[in-house]
Design a protein around this ligand. Structure first.
Ligand SMILES: [Zn+2]
Ligand SMILES: [Zn+2]
Ligand SMILES: [Zn+2]
Length: 400
């Protein structure tokens, strides 16, 4: 067995028993100790970010959710199935914000079969509707909807059918959320794994109960990640880790033709016509600039001429993945000589104690607190100090 090495269990290393690390100070307060632990968690988040790697902006991900009887287990409250649905809803909220031209699809597996819960799509509301319905069904009668054994092979085959046709400049990914310790497959699974590898489909696994050899093997072969959850918050963390695009997925660069259709309002177009994606009769929509097919929402791949249709803000919001903001350097307060500094961003006094640190942008030399640092790197993706410096430069140029 090659699983004995400590590295294999790194997901455990990140989550120490934090309650054991808490220590009272002289006055009997836990405050300082708690703050220290919180800071440690924030730092861990910062270090997780990968730098200067080319990341794929266009992503296609199938999330496979186990709906076997193992999901009735109540180690997550009220049961694994409901908690998983809740986690996926949170994931959806964040995913399209950070990957506006990415696409997600969902597959369920139960009773040795697999089915598409919601088709690959670039917007969240179809998925959210599907999951709202699913969670309603689970609440009503969980036993009727979480059935039998999952099938890893059937799920992978189903995902592969769609993913293998995705263009080579996009990423192809599968995230398997597995509660069961078994899988029921009609033919040797190794062939499926080979096929996933051949089509460059990256398969990651989040296991809810324990490490399963075949699942770990699948993730290793295809360059995905594997982890076993420790509790609910760890589950969410592991799922959210899939929001930034994985590095090194896309090897080919190519020019991509894209269309930017404006939205035509109902009163202007007048006529009712069929929307190609939602198959509904509507009055307004986005018309493909190449073939004039109408689509109800963006981003989408034109169903007629397969041109990628996006809006300019979608593209702009994906841009930061290609040129990520460099990490700020962490400097001890006493060494930085900046004892009286305020955070450039939130204007709060930077904490003043022996261990406190400040984060400095290498380009504009502005100081930031840890919270602003996280916010800048996770949400904003540009440094307020640099933008400010650029504005001032422009103003002084204009004055000259
Ligand atoms: Zn078209
Ligand atoms: Zn701040
Ligand atoms: Zn800066």
């Amino acid at each position: 067995m090659d699983d004995g090495n400590e590295k294999a269990y790194r997901w455990e290393g990140d989550y120490e028993k934090t309650w054991e690390a808490l220590k009272e100070d002289e006055s009997g307060s836990l405050q300082a100790s708690i703050e220290h632990e919180l800071d440690k968690a924030k730092k861990r988040k910062l270090h997780k970010r990968k730098e200067t790697v080319r990341l794929g902006m266009m992503r296609h991900i199938y999330i496979v959710l186990d709906m076997s009887s193992a999901m009735l287990d109540q180690d997550l409250k009220p049961n694994r199935a409901l908690v998983s649905v809740k986690m996926i809803e949170k994931f959806l909220e964040n995913f399209f914000d950070q990957n506006p031209i990415g696409q997600l699809g969902f597959i369920l597996t139960r009773s040795k079969k697999s089915e598409v819960l919601s088709e690959m799509s670039g917007t969240s509301h179809h998925h959210l509707q599907a999951f709202a319905k699913l969670s309603g069904e689970i609440v009503k009668d969980a036993g009727k909807h979480c059935l039998g054994e999952p099938s890893l092979q059937n799920s992978l085959d189903l995902a592969e059918k769609t993913l293998k046709h995705m263009p080579s400049h996009t990423s192809r990914e599968v995230i398997f959320i597995s509660g069961s310790l078994t899988t029921c497959d009609p033919s040797p699974i190794q062939l499926t794994i080979e096929s996933m590898k051949k089509h460059k489909i990256r398969c990651s696994v989040i296991a809810l109960s324990a490490e399963v050899r075949v699942l770990k093997h699948l993730s290793e072969c295809t360059g995905g990640s594997f982890g076993v959850i420790l509790d609910e918050s760890h589950f969410l963390d592991m799922l959210l880790d899939h929001i930034p695009p994985p590095a090194g997925m896309v090897t080919e660069s190519s020019l991509i033709k894209m269309g930017f259709p404006p939205h035509v309002q109902s009163q202007n177009s007048g006529k009712i016509s069929l929307s190609m994606t939602s198959k509904e009769l509507t009055t307004g929509g986005y018309y493909c600039p190449q073939c004039q097919a109408k689509h109800a929402e963006l981003p989408v791949q034109c169903v007629v001429c397969s041109l990628t249709l996006v809006s300019a803000p979608h593209l702009a919001r994906s841009y930061h993945h290609l040129f990520p903001l460099p990490s700020f350097s962490e400097v001890k307060m006493f060494e930085s000589g900046a004892l009286q500094q305020d955070c450039f961003s939130c204007l709060q006094k930077l904490k003043q104690h022996a261990e406190s640190v400040t984060y400095i942008c290498s380009r504009c030399k502005a100081h930031f607190c840890i919270d602003c640092n996280l916010f800048i790197h996770e949400t904003l993706h540009c440094c307020p100090g640099c933008i400010n410096a650029r504005c001032e430069l422009n103003i002084s140029k204009n004055d000259d």
